[in-house]
Design a protein around this ligand. Structure first.
Ligand SMILES: [Zn+2]
Length: 441
């Protein structure tokens, strides 16, 4: 509570800081789409390209090497070309469907160059020179933008985010990705499938790298606020080690990380949000019910909620196929009704938090596929939703100054995240994300 008050007191400062943030960002509110410069009226020009391009598509029986063999290149030249190509990609790892464009001097069989689209983001360009073949990579231009978005949850988080009209132009798959990231950000604090209430609200600041077609190459939540049953939770990303991995902290700089994550299934894979009542018959007969049930499709991966050692794996009465993991400080977790186990899991296996240990099923006493999850401490069953687990390390003293800067900036953007339309703070494409041509000879 104290923290929230302190937060409220700091709010003015943050809005002050907002000017700084927006001073840069507001220059271009709206997508940073490269615009076509005015060129005036130009006479139509008919030019014959000096090149003739033939595009081949790789398939299981059609390799890059095979395509080269059908050109006029000598064996040595083919080797030289493949060698230059290897500086950027492995010819044997090219997937079926990869396009290889052969560029010939018009009207001849003389090869001038070869372009290979090694991925949707990268093209390897091979060019003939007087000394052999040179290769370079061209990357699809990507720009970075930061979205601030918010909303009230009137049914469940999934619908609230996926159907947020402010995100209309974001492909659906990318919106699902945002929810997944949000789930990972709060995985130690909240079980999204059980603890989100109607009337909860969210705001988040999301940084993404976008391709020209509007799809996302990668994204990261920079700041998030989730008001759950009137209780605000905050997650601010901070890159403590400068390695771009970073971690999430609350407003006071306490790590969000805990020894246990709240749920053994990823939120996006849980089907119960569509039908919470599905397993009531079972709940009624399970007497007393000392675990948490998650309805999910057969085969859904089940994760260890904390680091530990597998102490039981196999059929266990009404639990069916189950796994027990023993953790530090007297904790034990049990995962029941599994369809099967992860292949590398046996008694004595050391597992880490988030590691897949098995798959949802309905073995033992179960009328439908679901996961039954239990948590015990010192031999007594405890409620995994309602247990306090000590936090990870807070922001160290020596990083406090840069943390405070990032915090103020990110919270300032969060503050403007509306309960309605999206705000976009466009930034210039980072230098390393502009079309980069690396020349390697
Ligand atoms: Zn159960």
């Amino acid at each position: 509570m104290e923290r929230i008050l302190e937060f409220a007191r700091n709010r003015l400062t943050m809005i002050g800081g907002l000017g700084g943030v927006l001073g840069l960002g507001f220059v271009s509110v709206g997508p940073l789409v490269p615009t076509t410069p005015e060129a005036g009226q130009l006479e139509p020009l008919v030019a014959v390209s000096a090149e003739e391009v033939r595009t081949e598509v790789l398939s299981s029986g059609r390799t890059f090497g095979g395509i080269l063999q059908q050109t006029s290149l000598s064996g040595n030249e083919q080797q030289g070309l493949l060698l230059a190509f290897r500086e950027h990609a492995s010819p044997s790892r090219l997937r079926a469907g990869t396009e290889v464009s052969l560029r010939f001097v018009r009207g001849t069989e003389q090869l001038r160059g070869v372009d290979v689209t090694v991925s949707s983001d990268e093209l390897v360009r091979l060019e003939r020179s007087s000394f052999g073949w040179n290769s370079s990579v061209e990357r699809t231009p990507v720009w970075v933008d930061t979205l601030a978005v918010g909303g009230v949850i009137d049914r469940d988080l999934w619908t609230a985010v996926v159907l947020n009209p402010a995100l209309d132009e974001m492909p659906r798959g990318d919106r699902a990705q945002v929810i997944h990231l949000l789930d990972r950000v709060f995985q130690w604090q909240l079980d999204f499938s059980r603890q989100i209430q109607r009337g909860d609200s969210y705001r988040l600041v999301f940084e993404r790298r976008v391709r020209p077609d509007g799809s996302m190459r990668s994204g990261r939540i920079l700041a998030a606020e989730l008001v759950n049953s009137g209780n605000p939770l905050y997650a601010i990303w901070f890159d403590l080690h400068g390695d771009d991995v970073g971690g999430y902290y609350d407003l006071a700089g306490e790590s969000l990380q805990r020894a246990f994550i709240r749920a053994p299934l990823e939120y996006r894979r849980i089907s119960s949000r569509f039908n919470r009542n599905r397993y009531h018959p079972i709940l009624k007969v399970a007497r007393p019910h000392i675990g948490v049930d998650y309805a999910a499709g057969r085969g859904t991966p089940v994760m260890a909620t904390a680091n530990g050692v597998v102490t039981r794996r196999g059929v266990n009465g009404g639990y069916g196929n189950s796994v027990e993991i023993t953790h530090a400080n007297g904790f034990l977790t049990r995962y029941a009704h599994l369809n099967g186990f992860a292949s590398n899991i046996g008694v004595g296996t050391r597992v880490s938090q988030g590691q897949v240990i098995g798959y949802v099923g309905m073995t033992g006493l179960a009328t439908g596929p679901h996961l039954h999850y239990e948590m015990h401490r010192n031999g007594r069953a405890v409620d995994p939703m309602n247990i306090d687990i000590p936090a990870g390390d807070p922001i160290p003293l020596e990083a406090r100054v840069s943390w405070t800067q990032d915090l103020q900036e990110r919270v300032a953007i969060l503050q403007v995240a509306p309960q309605g339309p999206v705000i976009r703070l466009a930034e210039a494409a980072l230098p390393d994300l502009e079309t980069v041509t690396e020349d390697r000879r």
